[in-house]
Ligand binder design. Sequence first.
Ligand SMILES: *[C@@H]1O[C@H](CO)[C@@H](O)[C@H](O)[C@H]1NC(C)=O
Ligand SMILES: *[C@@H]1O[C@H](CO)[C@@H](O)[C@H](O)[C@H]1NC(C)=O
Ligand SMILES: *[C@@H]1O[C@H](CO)[C@@H](O)[C@H](O)[C@H]1NC(C)=O
Ligand SMILES: *[C@@H]1O[C@H](CO)[C@@H](O)[C@H](O)[C@H]1NC(C)=O
Ligand SMILES: *[C@@H]1O[C@H](CO)[C@@H](O)[C@H](O)[C@H]1NC(C)=O
Length: 197
Amino acid sequence: MANSLPNIVPSIFIFSTIFFFFYFSTPSTAQNDTVFATTLSPENFGNRPLILTHLHFYFHDIIDGPNQTTVRVAGANLTSKFSLPFGDVAVIDDPLTLGPDLNSKIVGRAQGIYASASKSELSLLMVLNYVFFEGKYNGSTLSILGRNSVNSSVRELPIVGGSGVFRFARGYALAKTYKFDTNSSDAIVEYNVYVYH
Ligand SMILES: *[C@@H]1O[C@H](CO)[C@@H](O)[C@H](O)[C@H]1NC(C)=O
Ligand SMILES: *[C@@H]1O[C@H](CO)[C@@H](O)[C@H](O)[C@H]1NC(C)=O
Ligand SMILES: *[C@@H]1O[C@H](CO)[C@@H](O)[C@H](O)[C@H]1NC(C)=O
Ligand SMILES: *[C@@H]1O[C@H](CO)[C@@H](O)[C@H](O)[C@H]1NC(C)=O
Ligand SMILES: *[C@@H]1O[C@H](CO)[C@@H](O)[C@H](O)[C@H]1NC(C)=O
């Protein structure tokens, strides 16, 4: 008895060290270091069916003044050669409101970039994230990447993804100018967004 105890203690120590090594290091090694891609079943996400959501809001693009939301960040000096602002790039943080009035409830913001990308008409490349603040949508985003031919009465912009409630998002946004101030170039644009997520 007195002799066997010292033999057991080291083997328990070795066993628990091996156990700890496999229990704690193997899963993270498998996930981080040795496996690049794993095929998952939709069951891994609870087999949730796709939801189709319609969003309606107004987008306010304010070019100048105390409530300015748009900053022109780049353009080539060659831009002046063209009759259109071809080459101009702006960064925006535009409020999205429930009604057409800027003082109506803010439901989100459009944050991103647009670039004037046509030599023959006023047409923008829009690369934007819309972040929402309402209820269960608070903090969720939709990503928009599309062509905005400003003079067309209705423009269709693809929704290419989303986060939060809008994970796996795809869909489209219909943009319609509600009001355009020809002096300031400020625009209020009505949006109808249809998104599967
Ligand atoms: C700026 O925004 C505030 C709050 O929405 C509004 O009360 C004010 O009239 C706006 N100013 C201008 C010049 O649009
Ligand atoms: C663009 O800017 C450069 C440097 O200021 C100038 O040399 C060139 O003439 C400009 N080009 C045009 C088309 O204005
Ligand atoms: C949205 O979430 C932010 C941060 O979690 C919180 O501060 C804010 O009050 C929420 N807004 C609404 C309208 O729930
Ligand atoms: C496009 O819209 C702008 C601003 O409203 C206007 O000045 C221009 O004449 C329009 N161009 C065309 C081709 O309709
Ligand atoms: C544009 O500016 C002119 C001259 O300042 C003014 O008479 C006109 O009412 C303005 N138009 C709008 C839509 O604000």
